[in-house]
Design a protein around this ligand. Structure first.
Ligand code: ADP
Ligand code: ADP
Length: 228
């Protein structure tokens, strides 16, 4: 068992109004698998990622990652956890437009990473031949591959992807998922993907469905890759 949440609760207060973004969410995610998180807008998907990724803290309940209760960490320890253990991939790429593809990945790597390490990651995502291009010269699919390279260059055991395929057409979305599968196989990382795309969800090992901050479904897919 790699990630477990127990009665995870997050409440946002705006003036007198209160939103239960997550309401006693209890989930288990196994190590080294790929999970999709589905649910309508406002159902709590991003909040769940922010808590598991150590960007934000819960108002109730607990989170364990690799046997450690991160919900009891000090702010300093949580920052270290986020930097060392979690890779984030966002819908809008978060690339630095004034840096080349190579420099974007280098900027996200450890200081100890060698040029060979960076080239290995660029090769993995199929962007080595474009290493000297700038983000604005890339297609959407290519930019997302660079964003994935940035997230995986430190070999984090956990990769959180918020709508990584939301801005892409189906063929490119499928390529991004195949790439995440390759990363998952090569590094053993657990991958969680927020998506609206049912076809993408069917390619994952497990699917969590949220609605109004509660879990309304959790299913495992016995043959996610063969089913493709
Ligand atoms: P999703 O990612 O599924 O769209 P979110 O986790 O972003 O859902 O949001 C869940 C609920 O919490 C929504 O009702 C949203 O409006 C509310 N919410 C999220 N972030 C904040 C915030 N910083 N302040 C107030 N309300 C928030
Ligand atoms: P994809 O099938 O990945 O979406 P595109 O057909 O959008 O690819 O792009 C094909 C090629 O054209 C890519 O190698 C990309 O680098 C280049 N390209 C796309 N958009 C631009 C742009 N605005 N400026 C320069 N080159 C671009």
């Amino acid at each position: 068992m790699f990630i477990k949440t127990e009665d995870l609760t997050k409440v946002y207060k705006t003036g007198t109004a209160e939103v239960r973004a997550l309401d006693r969410v209890s989930l288990t995610f196994e190590k080294g698998k790929i999970y999709a998180v589905l649910g309508p807008s406002g159902s709590g998907k991003s909040t769940l990622f922010n808590l598991i990724g150590g960007i934000d803290r819960p108002d109730g309940g607990k989170i364990w990652v690799d046997g450690e209760e991160i919900s009891s960490y000090s702010p300093e320890k949580l920052t270290r956890y986020r930097r060392e253990k979690v890779g984030f991939v966002f819908q809008f790429y978060n690339l630095i437009n004034t840096l080349t593809v190579y420099e974007n990945v280098q900027a996200a790597a450890d200081l100890s990473a060698s040029p060979a390490d960076i080239k290995t990651v660029l090769e993995l995502v199929g962007m080595l031949e474009h290493k000297d291009k700038y983000p604005l010269e890339l297609s959407g699919g290519e930019a997302q591959r660079v964003a994935i390279a940035r997230a995986v260059v430190k070999k984090p055991p956990l990769i959180l992807c918020d709508e990584p395929t939301g801005a892409l057409d189906y063929q490119n979305a499928k390529k991004v998922l195949e790439l995440l599968e390759r990363v998952n196989k090569e590094t053993g990382a657990t991958v969680m993907i927020i998506t609206h795309n049912q076809a993408i969800a069917r390619m994952c090992h497990g699917v969590v469905t949220l609605r109004s901050g509660q879990v309304t479904g959790f299913s495992e897919n016995p043959a996610p890759i063969a089913a493709r």
